[in-house]
Write a protein that binds this ligand. Structure first.
Ligand code: FRU
Length: 479
């Protein structure tokens, strides 16, 4: 009898082959970001560095550009720049994952790689069931499913998913994102000695006086890790209302920092801070690499946020991942910097300087669609803007201490904005890749991550000062 998993994998490969040319012809496809070979990509999963190889798995729907019964696709790299698509790691072919091998993580134990993921199941009436499952590999490429290791505990709805596993002082820990019976988002902690038998420890975040407040009805994709002497709980809550410049996307991603008491399983922590200021950033996952760095990679998309309007759908694919970034905790906040390896993509460096007074400046030799742009600002009096391809722009208004990213909506062409307050802007580092832009502000103090879909023929790059701005730009082409 043919195994259902193998059957599904074959169908997915057929889909890749059938639509390869359609995907490749899209001028919006990424050059240096991970994207699906066909279909829909969402969360990064199983991010790990093992025997010198980085593994990034991803939520993948090969058969359409919409969500559904997810597979785990798989990319590997030795340098975080050149990625190779590997055989499909997981297909939703078993009773416990038949409606999707949902998000999860990877660890290495006794020289084997273990993938922990959520088996998503819908019964005949459409009711959700959830199972936390394991698959094991000796080579990091071929995975054998071992089935269910953890069932839904009492007190939570079946919105219970996305296991992130790590080791601490010889024991294993797992956080899971969930919703309690009052329909409030929560993260729960489990403990294990052997990765197979798990003990429930309870809600991680504080309750009572230290309560985190109302942070929506469901928390997805939790990650808990130690960084620069702090414990950080990163997660993606759903259902927070917009508040001033905050929480503008339909769903958010952010963190609390403090200290996890591994005995009680409770974390003492401060308030919630959003991790990114742009339009598309969700479900990031971190790993501690073999060089001791805490790296993070995110999904450059947000569930249910105008997904059906992405123009790449016409070319049979949708969504990309962010570039890998290095995380630090400095001055009570998370700092994100592009992984230093990305510098290896640079070529054709060009530098310009300007002192602008109420004027626009364009050096046509800097025009392009795929590049890294470093803008070092000596002075901004009034507003300073960088405009990309007449479709997206970043503006700092020094009179309001307000930094704003604008783009033409890909839904209706109207201008839409995301902003944050920041006392001064000294440095802006843009990674531009066909239809995406990531801007690292002042060495990663703030980051704006967004897709944008400009006219193919427009490659302009325009600087503008209202008032006076003095700056230097360095541009590298990337490949
Ligand atoms: C987050 C998420 C996860 C889930 C996965 C399914 O984007 O909803 O909670 O495991 O996507 O693809």
């Amino acid at each position: 009898m043919i195994d259902r998993n193998d059957e599904l994998k074959e169908l997915a490969i057929k889909e890749i082959n059938e639509h390869r040319n359609t995907v490749e012809k899209d001028h919006f496809r990424s050059v240096f970001h991970l994207m699906p070979p066909v279909g829909l990509l969402n969360d990064p999963n199983g991010f790990i560095h093992w025997k010198g190889v980085y593994h990034v798995f991803f939520q993948w729907m090969p058969f359409k550009t919409d969500h559904g019964a997810k597979f785990w696709g798989h990319y590997t790299s030795t340098d975080l720049v050149n990625w190779e698509l590997q055989p499909i790691a997981l297909a939703p072919g078993d009773w416990y994952d038949k409606n999707g091998c949902y998000s999860g993580s990877a660890v290495v134990y006794e020289d084997k790689m273990y993938l922990f993921y959520t088996g998503n199941v819908k019964d005949e009436e459409g009711n959700r069931e959830t199972y936390q499952c394991v698959a094991v590999s000796e080579d990091g490429i071929h995975f054998e499913k071992k089935g269910v290791v953890l069932h839904l505990p009492e007190g939570y709805t079946p919105h219970f998913r996305d296991p992130k596993v790590w080791q601490h002082l010889g024991k294993w820990y797992m956080v899971i994102g969930t919703q309690n019976l009052n329909e409030e988002g929560r993260v729960v902690l489990f403990e294990s000695a052997n990765l197979m038998d798990w003990t429930f420890k309870g809600d991680v975040t504080a309750s009572g006086e230290e309560a985190i407040g109302d942070l929506g009805f469901m928390w997805e994709c939790p990650d808990l890790f130690e960084l620069d002497g702090k414990d950080i709980l990163l997660f993606s809550p759903q259902g927070i209302e917009p508040e001033g410049y905050l929480y503008q996307n339909i769903y958010q991603t952010g963190y609390v920092s403090g200290e996890l008491d591994y005995v009680s399983g409770k974390m003492s922590h401060g308030g919630f801070t959003e991790l990114d200021r742009g339009f598309e950033f969700y479900a990031p996952q971190t790993t501690l690499d073999e060089n001791g760095r805490r790296l993070v990679i995110g999904w450059m998309g947000v569930p249910e946020q105008a997904e059906g309007h992405h123009p790449t759908i016409a070319h049979k694919w949708i969504h990309i991942l962010t570039v890998p970034r290095e995380l630090h905790y400095e001055d009570e906040r998370l700092i994100q910097r592009p992984a230093v390896e990305l510098e290896a993509m640079r070529h054709t460096e060009m530098t310009k300087e300007a002192n602008l007074s109420n004027e626009l400046k364009q050096w046509s030799e800097l025009n392009g669609t795929v590049y890294e742009l470093l803008v070092q600002l000596e002075e901004i009096k009034g507003t300073f803007s960088v405009n990309l391809r007449n479709n997206a722009s970043l503006t700092y208004d020094s009179t309001k201490a307000l930094l704003t990213f604008k783009r033409k909506s890909f839904v209706d062409g109207r201008e839409e904005t995301r902003s944050c307050l920041i006392n001064s802007v000294k440095e802006l580092r843009f990674y531009v890749d066909s239809s995406s832009v990531e801007v690292f502000v002042n060495g990663g103090e703030e980051v704006f991550t967004s897709r944008f879909f400009p006219e193919e023929s427009n490659e302009s790059l325009v600087f503008e000062a209202v008032g006076d701005s003095k700056f230097q730009v360095t541009r590298w082409l990337l490949n």
